[in-house]
Design a protein around this ligand. Structure first.
Ligand code: NAD
Length: 312
């Protein structure tokens, strides 16, 4: 497919990853941010990411890291970044007022055919695109951190987003080796956080009710459900755990309802005694003073998993 110019608006952690992914897949990329120093830093990180992708055999196209890097330009002019762009991936601050401001600016500069996507993790597109001239070309395209190794990307339209725009964003994500999913309508938390929060709520209750230690909750995932879900999600898993999904529901529906009815209230996630217990336990394993190291180590392990998944 064609590889038109992509603008990355905001060159922080996520914008930098997007720049590397698009350039790796052959797109000309223009990085925009408010300061030269931030842009220089981002370019350095893009280069490291591209070299890492190449080294791990996880490049998103056939070009070398060097070739990919040569496709990247940067600017402190939003107009210059958007000039001729077919697709814009906004990755600035997570605040609804800020998204309204930056989208209004992007809207005034974009051509009528440019797609305007936001990386926002939590803010529905309807809350920052309603009054825009090109609102039918705006949507949320939400990556999962670290996007270099976790390919899932949620596409969430506002009620006024044109379906053909979502189709096009879907193709663009596929073209850079991401794995898009498409929400048919806007819901709070999108898909990833709805599922993640359901799991977090039950984990919280198990600790609060004194059923499991913090370490053991994490083991349920890392040594059990996590690896299982690495290949099939909740539906594939139940299908495989019986003679098909219909058989599973026939046999287990009553039991599932009984367990879920036992689950109790939604936590506040502010219960001081639970927070203390979580902190005591996690601080030993992953001290916050060394967060950058832990995060890099996790990224490296996820890179190994991504390599393995490519082979399977
Ligand atoms: P970040 O703080 O690392 O980067 C934000 C960038 O925006 C900075 O480079 C900053 O200089 C820039 N910026 C500030 N004002 C600006 C302006 N007026 N114009 C352009 N750029 C400006 O944040 P991040 O973690 O990269 O998050 C960016 C977006 O991605 C957020 O909406 C966030 O919700 C979303 N997101 C983050 C994660 C994550 O795990 N961090 C995951 C998925 C999505």
């Amino acid at each position: 497919s064609d590889r038109g110019k992509v603008a990355i608006v905001g060159s922080g952690l996520i914008g930098t990853c997007w720049a590397a992914l698009f350039a790796s897949a052959g797109y000309p990329v223009c990085l925009y941010d408010i300061g030269e120093e931030q842009l220089a830093n981002s370019r350095k990180n893009v280069k490291n990411s591209l070299m890492k992708l190449e080294e791990d055999g996880l490049s998103r196209g056939s070009s070398t890291a060097e070739e990919a890097l040569s496709r990247i330009t940067s600017t402190t002019s939003l107009a210059e970044a958007l000039q001729g762009a077919v697709y814009v991936q906004e990755s600035t601050m997570e605040s609804v007022e800020f998204k309204q401001k930056i989208f209004a600016e992007m809207d005034s500069l974009a051509s009528p055919t440019t797609i305007l996507a936001s990386s926002t993790s939590t803010i529905p597109a309807s809350s920052f695109t309603e009054g825009l001239k090109h609102r039918c070309r705006c949507l949320v395209v939400h990556p999962v951190n670290p996007p270099l190794y976790l390919t899932l990307t949620e596409l969430v339209p506002a009620p006024w987003t044109e379906p053909s725009v979502v189709d096009r964003a879907y193709e663009i994500m596929q073209s850079i080796g991401q794995t898009p999913i498409r929400l048919q309508k806007e819901v709070l938390g999108f898909a990833v956080n709805r599922l993640q929060y359901a799991l977090l709520a039950e984990s919280w209750r198990l600790v609060k009710d004194g059923v499991l230690s913090v370490e053991d909750v994490d083991k349920v995932m890392s040594e059990g459900l996590g690896p299982r879900y690495a290949f099939y999600g909740p539906f594939g898993v139940v299908h495989l755990n019986a003679a098909g999904v219909r058989d599973y529901c026939t046999r287990y529906a009553t039991g599932i309802r009984r367990v879920l009815a036992d689950a109790g209230e939604t936590p506040t996630f502010e219960e001081p005694e639970v927070i203390r217990e979580l902190e005591d336990s996690l601080q030993k394993l992953l001290p916050v003073e060394r967060m950058a190291d832990h995060s890099a180590e996790r990224a490296q392990k996820l890179a190994e998993l991504a390599k393995l998944k490519r082979k399977l």
